[in-house]
Design a binder for this molecule. Structure first.
Ligand SMILES: [Zn+2]
Length: 223
């Protein structure tokens, strides 16, 4: 990606609202901003992911948010995610409700996927959130060593198997980490990242995710 070139293009032609293509002033336009569906506050927090104190998600993984995430990840343009990242940072709870993190760590993606996509969606989401919380982004805390097939379409057990050993935390690190990811479904990705962090001496892990998907694959008969 010619990031300098695209920065210059953005300067000349600020990205339009990702939902309606009108002038969004680098985010959603005023009209679309009013229509974005948020998860209601009382269902944003879940605490049932192993090794993760709390997982806060802000949007349902449903249209139109899902379409924006998919467009960004598979269309090679991070702008819809940038617009959502600002909303995520605004809507995320304060540090006290996220186990007082010391650093923000985007969930890494495999290197070959990064090469194709040109950006890590979790990193795009992590920056404004870290700024709002006044924390550093420290992506090197976790890395993804091997190739891992995409999680989509796998059952809950399949997702856990697929991810065993998927993350490496190379050095001992801050006492508390806030993981960031785009979509949480069963939480197996977060749990595996938390396991790697625990192994590196990080006792406290919380997570913020842009979207929460329905756990359809845990419903009996819907494998
Ligand atoms: Zn709009």
């Amino acid at each position: 990606m010619g990031s300098l070139l695209s920065a210059f293009a953005d300067f000349l032609f600020p990205p339009a609202c990702p939902l309606c293509s009108r002038d969004g002033d680098d985010g959603f336009c005023g009209a679309c901003a009013l229509t974005i569906p948020y998860l209601s506050v009382d269902v944003r927090r879940v605490a049932d992911v192993e090794g993760v104190a709390v997982v806060v998600s802000v949007f349902p993984y449903a249209p139109p948010i899902r379409d924006l995430v998919v467009r960004a990840k598979y269309g090679g343009d991070p702008h819809p995610l940038t617009a959502l990242a600002a909303r995520l940072a605004d809507a995320a709870p304060p540090a006290a409700e996220l186990a007082y993190p010391a650093a923000v760590v985007p969930i890494p993606i495999a290197r070959d996927r990064l090469r194709v996509r040109g950006f890590n969606q979790a990193s795009v989401l992590a920056r404004p959130l870290a700024d709002r919380l006044g924390l550093p982004v420290t992506p090197w805390v976790l890395r993804r060593p091997g190739r891992h097939p995409a999680q989509a379409g796998l059952s809950a057990a399949g997702r856990r198997r697929n991810l065993r050993g998927a993350f490496v935390a190379p050095t001992a690190f801050p006492h508390a980490v806030l993981l960031v990811d785009d979509v949480v479904t069963t939480g197996s990705t977060l749990a595996e990242a938390a396991r790697a962090l625990r192994g590196a001496g990080v006792p406290r892990v919380a997570a913020v995710c842009l979207c929460r998907a329905e756990r359809k694959d845990e419903v009996p008969g819907q494998k």
